[in-house]
Structure formats: structure tokens, C-alpha cells
Design a binder for this molecule. Structure first.
Ligand SMILES: CC(C)(COP(=O)(O)OP(=O)(O)OC[C@H]1O[C@@H](n2cnc3c(N)ncnc32)[C@H](O)[C@@H]1OP(=O)(O)O)[C@@H](O)C(=O)NCCC(=O)NCCS
Length: 200
């Protein structure tokens, strides 16, 4: 049995330790972190997954802008090395994206491997530019509303309006924890993935 909860300040040291374990040293030197510096996380969408109280996975989101439009930047997502490949990453992806839709977000951006994130509906964004150095082929987007990425293009910039981190249009209360049994879903079974690395 797994429990998924919104991340709290008390979770933060464990989540940072998990990211340090899963990513190369110096992860915060990546250009994507410059979009996050000093910007509050989208708290309702930052989730931790535990089994018997032990942190196994975490996902975070930040608000950014593209062409002046609000965009969710997904990441980092990490699953403890002892629990990878069991569907926990997919579980957090699907749960957080469903929450984002309920909260009224329209579009999501990430930097990562299309073979993995394609299974969640992400596709390359040719006209969206992450701060360098970023491989353009790894800049991927997902529409939470049909057409949400149409004509949204240009450089990705930091969010400067604090209220944007709390976009909420008729949102349900998403503060509660949920419990799930085995996360590996049949829908994953016929999807392909390369096992290549993904960015934060
Ligand atoms: C990437 C990660 C979050 C995926 O979570 P997970 O729980 O291990 O993945 P799932 O069990 O949901 O899915 C497993 C599938 O994804 C594939 N996969 C895992 N990591 C992948 C990656 N980085 N790129 C491409 N495919 C990947 C596996 O090959 C497997 O494919 P299959 O279903 O065809 O067998 C996790 O492996 C991880 O924390 N990796 C290290 C940190 C990282 O790279 N984070 C992403 C950057 S934001």
C-alpha cells in the first residue's frame, strides 16, 4: 500500500536527499533551476509517495511563463533506486497531472526523454526555448486543455507574479492524502521506453 500526500515543509529535507541520491552532483546548477530560484513551488502539485512511512518518490512543479502565458514546469521527479521500475513514477505523473487539471492549469512543460514522457502524452515543443544549455529535442509539452500549446511560443521565463503559483479555478480540495495499491497499470504495458536518462 502506498500513500501519496502533498509535500509539507517537514518533508523537504527527505525530498532533497532523495533528489541528491537520484541525480548527479551539482543538479541545482542546471539552467532549469534558474527558473525556480526564489519562486515558490506550486504547493498543491508537489507530492510525496511513501510506503510504511518511507519516502520512495517525489515530484515537484514550478510556475513559469512562455510568451506571457502561465505554464507548469514539471520536475524534478525521482523514485528511490530500490523502487524504480515498479510504476511509482507513472503513478506520481498521472496523479499530479490530474490535480493540475483540476486546479485549472492549461499546459505543462518539462525537459526529459520523449520515450518515457510520451506515455503520459508529452510531445516535443519546437517553438519553446529553455535557457541554454538545453537540448531542444528534450523540451516537451502536454496540453491539459485542447489547444493549450497552440501559438504559445518563445523563451521560458521565470514567473514574477506570486499569485500564479496558486492558480485555482474552482479547484477541489487537493490537500488530502490518497492511498493506492499496486501502481503498475496495464496502460503502461504496451508502451516503449529506452531507459535513457532524463533531465530535471
Ligand atoms: C525516471 C523515473 C522518475 C521513472 O520512475 P519509475 O517509477 O522508475 O518508472 P515507472 O516504473 O513508472 O516506469 C518504468 C518504465 O519507464 C522506463 N524509464 C524509466 N526511466 C526512464 C528514463 N529516464 N527515460 C526513458 N525511460 C525510462 C523504464 O524503462 C520502464 O519502461 P517499461 O514500462 O517499458 O518497462 C525514475 O526512474 C527516476 O527517479 N530516475 C532517476 C531520476 C530521473 O531521471 N528523474 C527524471 C528527471 S525529472
Amino acid at each position: 500500500m502506498y500513500e501519496i500526500c502533498p509535500e509539507t515543509p517537514a518533508d523537504e529535507p527527505e525530498v532533497e536527499a532523495l533528489y541528491d541520491l537520484c541525480f548527479a552532483p551539482g543538479r541545482t546548477a542546471l539552467s532549469s533551476y534558474r527558473l525556480r530560484d526564489g519562486v515558490p513551488k506550486v504547493a498543491d502539485l508537489c507530492l510525496v509517495l511513501r510506503a510504511d512511512g518511507i519516502l520512495l518518490a517525489a515530484i515537484r512543479f514550478w510556475p513559469v511563463r512562455v510568451g506571457g502565458r502561465p505554464v507548469l514546469l514539471l520536475g524534478p521527479i525521482a523514485v528511490h533506486p530500490t523502487a524504480q521500475g515498479e510504476g511509482l513514477g507513472g503513478l506520481l505523473m498521472r496523479d499530479s497531472l490530474a490535480r493540475a487539471r483540476k486546479l485549472g492549469w492549461d499546459r505543462v512543460l518539462l525537459v526529459g526523454d520523449a520515450p518515457y514522457y510520451g506515455r503520459f502524452g508529452f510531445a516535443r515543443l519546437d517553438d519553446v526555448v529553455m535557457p541554454p544549455p538545453t537540448n531542444p529535442a528534450r523540451v516537451l509539452g502536454l496540453e491539459l486543455r485542447p489547444g493549450a500549446w497552440v501559438d504559445v511560443a518563445g523563451p521560458v521565463t521565470r514567473e514574477t507574479l506570486p499569485a500564479a503559483a496558486g492558480i485555482s479555478r474552482g479547484a477541489k480540495d487537493l490537500s488530502a492524502c490518497v492511498t493506492v495499491d499496486h501502481p503498475k497499470e496495464d496502460s503502461d504495458a504496451d508502451q516503449s521506453a529506452t531507459g535513457a536518462s532524463a533531465d530535471q
